[in-house]
Design a binder for this molecule. Structure first.
Ligand code: SF4
Length: 171
């Protein structure tokens, strides 16, 4: 019996973010169906159930790093993924939550939470590239779904994506 070629494994991870960039992927409709036919979407909690463990050919990462737990999680993703692409202003620049970097996060927590001692957070919100090596950054808030499809197609084909140097709005 002929061996069928293994489909590349795609994983999508969320860190501190509003989910808007992941929704751009879900909003791809026809393109997503084509992507789903070409890859094994092995981990995408927003859309499917899946086991996080294993090797990934392409990891898409949304969101910034704001907690010690997330700082550990992104190192796991980097270990598992051959290619890691960050998507959106949160992942590439820290996002709106990086405003905390100019203030005292303990003061914020005391104002916002009844029990700030329950909050385990970092003093800063930082881009993924400050924690692990990143292969490509797709900027925008939210990202352009057409650029996202181009990035996925390019990495699956083993070429550099053709995307504009500028971002869509925030960065
Ligand atoms: Fe949401 Fe913008 Fe962050 Fe994307 S970059 S997750 S749209 S806040």
């Amino acid at each position: 019996m002929a061996e069928t070629a293994r489909k590349p494994r795609l994983g999508v991870w969320k860190f501190a973010s509003c989910d808007g960039c992941q929704l751009s992927l879900l909003d791809c409709e026809d393109e997503l169906l084509a992507v789903a036919g070409a890859v094994d979407i092995a981990y995408f909690p927003e859309a499917t159930r899946g086991d996080v463990k294993g090797r990934y050919d392409l990891a898409l990462v949304e969101g910034s790093i704001t907690t010690p737990h997330d700082a550990e999680r992104i190192r796991d993703v980097r270990r598992w993924a051959r290619t890691l692409v960050t998507i959106g202003a949160c992942a590439t620049a820290g996002g709106i939550q990086a405003l905390r970097n100019f203030a005292d996060v303990a003061e914020y927590a005391a104002v916002v939470y009844a029990r700030p001692d329950y909050i385990d957070t970092l003093a800063t919100s930082t881009p993924i590239a400050e924690h692990v090596p990143v292969d490509f950054e797709l900027r925008g808030c939210p990202i352009s779904k057409h650029q996202l499809v181009e990035v996925i197609a390019a990495f699956l084909a083993g070429r550099r994506p053709v995307t504009p140097a500028h971002s869509v709005c925030v960065e």
